[in-house]
Write a new protein. Structure first.
Length: 233
């Protein structure tokens, strides 16, 4: 692919024939005429885009991929990604929300809580409060907000078998509660939890915890399809 166009030759990539990823031309059809010009992302490592390359797949983290597809249909699009790995939900709110609001997004993606749920100290009500505060502030500022149910990280290779059930229970709680919050607040919710690839060890990076760029491509496809549904496509 050309350095100035990360999607050049996409139809010749393995990703274009992956049933879980975007087909060639699909994003253009789904996003044609979209109204968004300022796209902001806040969150943890899921937002920042940690992930190893995979041969035959676009070398873009999922939020960057969403930005490229949005910009292809709206050349004036401006993008801000404030994601930082290892942050808990309260830290995301404390360190990123104000800057995101100053940016003035009309589309914002919020993904946080995973680092809370990975720990035994996870407090679901407290995480809900932080997520709701971020979503509501962005909505009040005029942004359409995307929320995300992330992969159940208990399937990642780095977790010992003995702790997987406890981690899974917390991750599923986070996913269910985020979906409920999304329904209550009226966000565009993207549910990646339970996707078949989360159980596949080949979906993860060498660190054994973060999804690789095939996983990113899948999450980008799910998000773009959700945006397309919102646009009535």
């Amino acid at each position: 692919m050309a350095a100035d166009d990360p999607l050049a030759g996409y139809d010749r990539l393995a990703e274009a024939t992956d049933p879980y990823c975007l087909a060639a031309g699909e994003a253009a059809r789904l996003l044609a005429g979209h109204p968004w010009k300022r796209f902001a992302v806040i969150g943890d490592s899921v937002a920042s885009g940690v992930g190893d390359p995979v041969p035959g797949y676009v070398e873009l983290a999922w939020c960057d991929r969403i930005r490229v597809e949005l910009a292809a249909q709206q050349p004036d699009l401006v993008y801000l990604n404030l994601g930082v790995r290892e942050l808990r939900a309260a830290e995301v709110r404390a360190t990123q929300l104000d800057e995101a609001l100053r940016f003035g997004p009309d589309l914002a993606l919020v993904v946080a809580g995973g680092n809370d749920a990975l720990r035994r100290s996870y407090q679901p009500d407290a995480v809900d409060t932080e997520l709701a505060a971020m979503v509501e502030a962005l909505q009040e500022a005029g942004a359409e907000v995307i929320t995300v149910g992330i992969f159940d990280a208990s399937y990642a290779p780095s977790f010992p078998v003995a702790v997987k059930p406890q981690v899974s229970e917390r991750m599923m709680t986070l996913s269910r509660r985020t979906a409920a919050l999304a329904a209550r607040l009226g966000t565009l919710h993207v549910n990646c939890t339970g996707h078949p690839t989360e159980r596949d060890p080949a979906s993860y990076s060498a660190d054994g915890i973060h999804g690789n760029l095939r996983s990113h491509g899948i999450c980008a496809a799910l998000t773009i399809r959700r945006l397309g549904t919102h646009l009535g496509r």
